[in-house]
Ligand binder design. Structure first.
Ligand code: 3PG
Length: 408
């Protein structure tokens, strides 16, 4: 497959897969309901199926992370195996191990057509750190497992921005290619990047605030964001930086992220749009108010109607719109207004449109608006960074693997 800059990335079509033992890195990092610890959205598991079907004559070892160490959504992969089993209506083997003897034996015992899911890769300490590709090849994970595989298939586009051993390490030592999701994402995004017109409007929400702050700066610097319309937790951080919210938000590293937001507003004063009204939770009820009326401790769960109108006007004048992350606590029906209304504005705009992240893609599906969007991706942070024009570690690893394959 040709990729931006004319570099080719290998795909599954470039390999004879029959009887091969394949390491398939997917991204089954799903939303987890903290009350039950059950998977509350299975979209990313469903997406893995296409590549698994292309690998039906191979012995496939599926590997993914789930959540971050210390967070509520950090859990093992047994539930994911059950969901995959139900969706594919076939046996999925599962081993409660990642790189130890149990995992190695399970891999060695596979037969053609078998699918084995490993446990959460982040149980292995190394998978929580970023490495250069050379150092990643030297990790215990890669050293222990690589010799068991004939091919590494990278299909975890939502984690393409992570230089973790499972993503950049294996391609250093064994042949590697893109899976079907990565193949499609790269092809579609390259096409969109060539037609994307100004003004570029970015609608940014979600909860991974430090990641978002880094990406915003690059998007603006690289001419990919003329207007940044802030929603969700990141909007609250900017409103705190503007001293329009006068109380602590109670989030991790608050002072640091607020200071960064403050610096960004100072550097690019005309780029950011922040809410004028919001909806807060009062004993479970939705109460809309002007941002100036907020009282200490008010829990902001959604945008208000004036903000939606203001943002929708900017969206309707855009050449390209990229929306990532929900606008509020959309899982609660009475706080889903902002998320749904903004998706509606994006779907009905004349612009080239991109919708990013697992949450928004499921709301879009519920609203029956998928057909009206140019590109839909379950990737969040990876897609934001892809749009900055920077080459992601996974893409670099795949390009290097293709160059090595051609010169072999
Ligand atoms: C995501 O959901 O954005 C990816 O799975 C990456 O997760 P991470 O931000 O915890 O690395």
């Amino acid at each position: 497959m040709d990729h931006r800059n004319g570099v080719k990335v290998l795909t599954l079509d470039d390999f004879d897969l029959k009887g091969k033992t394949v390491f398939l890195r997917v991204d089954m990092n799903c939303p987890i309901d903290p009350a039950t610890m059950e998977i509350s959205g299975t979209k990313r598991i469903e997406e893995a199926i296409e590549t698994l079907q292309s690998l039906k004559e191979a012995k496939v070892v599926v590997a993914s992370h789930q959540g971050r160490v210390g967070n509520d959504d950090y859990t093992g992969m047994a539930k994911h195996a059950k969901v995959l089993e139900r969706l594919m209506n076939r046996k999925i083997k599962y081993v409660e191990d990642t790189i130890g003897e149990a995992a190695q034996n399970a891999i060695k015992n596979l037969e053609d057509g078998d699918i084995l899911l490993l446990d959460n890769l982040r149980l292995c300490a190394e998978e929580n750190y970023e490495f250069s590709p050379e150092d990643a090849a030297n990790t215990i994970m890669v050293k222990r497992l690589a010799s068991l595989f004939d091919l590494c298939v990278l299909d975890s586009f939502p984690s393409a921005h992570r230089s973790h051993p499972s993503i950049v390490g294996f391609p250093q030592v064994i042949p590697a290619c893109a899976g079907r999701i990565v193949e499609r994402e790269v092809r579609n995004l390259d096409e969109i990047m060539t037609v994307a017109k100004a003004p570029h409007v970015i609608v940014l929400g979600g909860s991974k605030v430090p990641d978002r702050l880094e990406a915003i700066k690059m998007l603006i610097k690289n001419g990919r964001a003329d207007h940044v319309l802030l929603t969700g937790l990141i909007a609250n951080v900017f409103m705190r930086a503007q001293a329009r919210i006068k109380y602590s938000l109670g989030i991790k590293k608050e002072d640091e992220v607020v200071a960064k937001a403050h610096a960004l507003i100072g550097e690019y004063p005309d780029v950011f749009a922040t809410p004028v009204d919001v909806a807060v939770d009062k004993d479970g009820a939705r109460v809309e108010m002007d941002v100036r009326e907020l009282q200490t401790g008010d829990k902001i769960y959604d945008l208000g109607p004036k903000t939606v109108e203001y943002y929708s006007k900017l969206i309707s004048g855009a050449g390209t719109v990229f929306i990532s992350g929900p606008a509020g606590f959309f899982e609660k029906e009475n706080f889903s207004f902002g998320t749904k209304a903004l998706l509606d504005s994006v779907a009905n705009s004349m612009a080239t449109t991109l919708v990013s992240g697992g949450h928004l893609t499921s709301v879009l599906k519920q609203q029956g608006l998928e057909e009206k969007i140019n590109h839909i991706s379950t990737a969040g942070g990876a897609l934001v960074l892809y749009l900055t024009g920077d080459k992601l570690p996974m893409i670099k690893a795949l390009e290097a693997a293709a160059v090595k394959h051609r010169s072999a």
